[in-house]
Design a protein around this ligand. Structure first.
Ligand code: ADP
Ligand code: ZN
Length: 218
């Protein structure tokens, strides 16, 4: 499968991506994770990207495109999480490969700030949780690892990330609608329920592909 997950920061792309990748055996490609890895390792790219990320701005297109191009060039099953985020990036993807479907995770804007500022990530297993689920605990429920808050999950940076989303990323909705690839998913619900819908959509897609192939041979 070649799928893109679209949605505002906090819409749940990362959470769903992990579940989809496991269930459908696809590579989970998260530009946010790849950039944070570069920052941690102190690479040249990491140094450049950090300034933008801390300010809640998008990292320049040429840097992220180069990062992803290599990964998707020869892959036949992947899920893009957090990429493309600009029309320029989307055009780059179209030059490299053919995307099947774009899942647009829709959520009420008023829920996003709370989701992001309350988000905590496990240092050990990278699981994502929310302070309202922790009841005061400070360790990961899955592995007992310590939790931290991402440096860009503060109110000021979140505001800039939202702005970047509406200005630079939201136009992709129309871009993929025109390509007949967009499927909207209501993401303002429990993540397990959201995943059930996504599973149905992705299963349906394989059924469609089989019947299209059958038509060809009948
Ligand atoms: P979220 O979707 O919750 O904002 P991500 O981890 O996807 O979180 O992204 C964090 C930051 O990484 C973004 O605010 C941006 O600075 C940078 N980034 C990630 N993906 C891209 C991209 N495709 N283009 C430009 N910048 C990106
Ligand atoms: Zn953990």
């Amino acid at each position: 499968m070649k799928i893109i997950l679209l949605g505002a920061p906090g819409a749940g792309k990362g959470t769903q991506a992990v579940k989809i990748a496991a269930k459908f055996n696809a590579a989970h490609v998260s530009t946010g994770d790849l950039l944070r890895k570069n920052i941690k390792e102190g690479t040249e790219l990491g140094k450049k990207a950090k300034e933008y990320m801390d300010a809640g701005r998008l990292v320049p297109d040429e840097l992220v495109i180069a990062l992803v191009a290599d990964v998707i060039k020869d892959a036949d099953s992947f899920l893009l999480d957090g990429f493309p985020r600009t029309i320029e990036q989307a055009k780059a993807v179209d030059r490299i490969t053919e995307i099947e479907k774009v899942l647009n995770l829709q959520i009420d804007e008023t829920l996003l700030m709370d989701r992001l500022t309350g988000r905590r990530v496990c240092k050990e297993c990278a699981a994502v949780t929310h302070i309202t689920l922790l009841n005061g605990a400070d360790k990961c429920a899955l592995c007992g690892g310590s939790l931290y808050q991402r440096s860009d999950d503060n109110e000021t940076t979140v505001k800039s990330r939202m702005e970047a989303y509406y200005k630079q990323t939201a136009p992709l909705i129309e871009y993929y609608e025109k390509q007949n690839k967009l499927i909207n998913v209501n993401s303002g619900r429990d993540s397990a329920d959201v995943f059930k819908d996504i599973e149905k959509i992705l299963m349906q897609r394989s059924v469609n592909r089989v019947s299209a192939a059958e038509k060809k041979y009948n």
